[in-house]
Design a protein around this ligand. Structure first.
Ligand code: B12
Ligand code: SF4
Length: 465
């Protein structure tokens, strides 16, 4: 039973609210959970921690759980009044399953996040209310029954400094790195990108507000921080100001991951500050080594920018996670292999091959639907590791093979030693771990593709024959 306390003098309604960040079936597998631990430090989606803090400050009891890291026993949540579910596309099937379960137990279910914001009419079938967009401005009224619309369109937050910091004391599952969003959205608009559309327009927090948040994480004892902005270095002067203040205030963590673009490489001062503030692991969207492809996705990036960026990062000992997109209309199998070899040659620390994924409401999705090229896959497959459409220059099966080939050819025992040499022992050991994870992934792929049990790899093989 939820806690409904009636005080005769002053009526206090104290609702128990559980946020769940679900995860897809494959990610609930223990082998996969082990792989995720090698890939990065456990961390959390911040939306529920911010919304949870707003609700906590209003007097509600709030807890947040991440299914990515722990198996959750839903029977333990039956004393909650409201279940709040975060969705991205690949976890939406699971979110709907959880929503249906709690609705059958007469709980109020609210769904929000990236995927539900794109397809609210679908999500509402599994919930009492769905929120489209950033939910800070409506979450309390929804929890307190003051907003009763089934689909709630929430206005975006104009001034990001006004919202509370994510409250990690609400999180009941493992988390060794705190996620910080110093901005929301991105000034660019690549055709496949969901975040630049969900978080629109591009907004920035003041450097002092960011510093306050970092101070809190030092106090809480976090050793690792991730800057999860889509593009932390989009405004270089602002990025430099934050970095300087981190150094001056002794708010430097052991390692801070961030997302950047190749354009950061032409600024020596920025690179030096990044290194000194320990922002020493960056994911850069290299996407493709084919200029036609870069223009097709509206990346506004030249191949020479990529080459210069790789050299500059190595010089400043910033580990590069090279992200490439597989399956663009303008790329053939040779182009993909060329991109992977390039990433090997520049001694990228990690490779993140992402299969082009048409997320709802992006121009890419609209294009592929119009051209009748979408495969009939479950949303669970929309995780950037599975082919969900018919590529132009190869079959779906060929593209799926290219993904596993990319991983296999990039991660090797021998190449891990170069990482020891450039970045030291910890980085080298982690790279060895990734090599083992890549071998296990390839083995699983081979077995699944030969097994006729309706699994996605076997299905892709069959439809491509
Ligand atoms: C941190 C992060 C992770 C972490 C943590 C994930 C976890 N614990 O599950 C890690 C690195 C592990 C990860 C993994 C994955 N991720 Co991720 N991740 C992010 C990232 C960078 C930040 C999330 C965040 O904190 N956002 C900032 C806050 C402010 O926004 P928010 O959480 O969405 O919350 C707002 C609204 O959504 C809404 N809201 C949120 N929750 C709720 C709940 C309710 C009830 C309501 C009403 C509203 C609401 O209000 C909030 C406040 O405004 C996002 C990119 C992004 N900018 O969001 C990608 C992102 C969500 N991930 C993405 C992907 C694809 C994945 C993976 C599939 C990647 C992979 N191949 O493994 C996995 C899947 C993990 C899973 N759970 O199944 C994609 C999803 C695309 C899509 N449309 O589905 C994104 C958008 C990145 C991208 N490439 O575009 N991820
Ligand atoms: S640069 Fe990155 S975050 Fe910005 S629109 Fe392109 S893919 Fe999205």
């Amino acid at each position: 039973m939820g806690i409904l306390r009636n005080n005769f003098k002053k009526r206090v309604i104290n609702t128990k609210i559980i946020f769940i960040v679900p995860t897809s079936a494959i990610r609930r597998n223990p082998i996969y959970r082990f792989g995720s631990l090698i890939y990065g430090h456990s961390n959390s989606i911040t939306g529920p921690l911010i919304l949870g803090k707003i609700l906590k400050d209003k007097g509600h009891d709030v807890e947040v759980y991440e299914e990515l890291y722990n198996t959750l026993d839903f029977n333990k949540f039956l004393d909650a009044d409201i279940i709040m579910l975060y969705t991205m596309t690949s976890n939406s099937t699971r979110a709907y399953e959880i929503g249906d379960y709690f609705k059958s137990k007469n709980k109020k279910v609210v769904i929000g996040g990236m995927h539900a914001s794109g397809v609210p009419e679908e999500a509402i079938k599994h919930a009492d209310q769905v929120v489209v967009g950033e939910a800070e401005k409506v979450i309390s009224d929804i929890a307190e029954g003051k907003i009763t619309d089934k689909i709630v369109y929430s206005p975006y937050v104009e001034n990001l400094d006004e919202i509370p910091f994510p409250d990690y004391t609400l999180l009941k599952t493992p988390c060794s790195a705190a996620n910080v969003m110093t901005s929301r959205g991105c000034p660019f608009s690549c055709i496949f990108c969901t975040t630049s559309r969900m978080f629109h327009p591009y907004r920035k927090r003041s450097p002092d507000n960011v510093i306050e948040e970092l101070r809190l994480y030092k106090k809480l004892g976090f050793k690792y921080v991730n800057f999860e902005d889509d593009n932390f270095t989009a405004d270089k002067d602002r990025a430099k100001e934050i970095l300087r203040k981190m150094i001056e205030n002794n708010l430097v963590f052991k390692e801070t991951f961030f997302f950047g673009r190749t354009d950061m490489a032409n600024d020596e001062e920025l690179l030096d500050l990044l290194h000194r503030a320990h922002l020493n692991r960056v994911l850069v969207g290299i996407e493709s080594l084919n200029q036609e492809s870069l223009d097709y996705i509206n990346k506004k990036q030249k191949i020479s920018d990529i080459e210069e960026c790789a050299a500059a990062l190595l010089k400043h000992k910033i580990k590069l996670i090279a992200s490439i997109v597989l399956g663009l209309d303008t790329d053939n199998q040779e182009d993909i292999k060329r991109s992977v070899n390039f990433c090997k040659n520049i001694n990228a620390y990690q490779l993140q091959p992402a299969i082009l994924t048409p997320y709802p409401k992006t121009p890419l999705y609209e294009q592929l639907v119009k051209e009748n090229r979408m495969l009939d896959n479950d949303w669970e497959s929309f995780d950037m590791m599975v082919v969900n459409f018919v590529p132009k220059k190869m079959s779906p099966w060929d593209l799926q093979n290219e993904f596993f080939h990319a991983v296999k050819s990039f991660y090797s025992f021998a190449s891990s030693f170069k990482i020891f040499k450039y970045f030291g022992f910890d980085a080298g050991m982690r790279r060895l771990g990734l090599w083992i994870a890549s071998l296990l992934g390839n083995l699983g792929f081979k077995i699944a593709s030969k097994t006729h049990n309706g699994n996605i790899y076997n299905k892709l093989k069959e439809i491509s024959n």
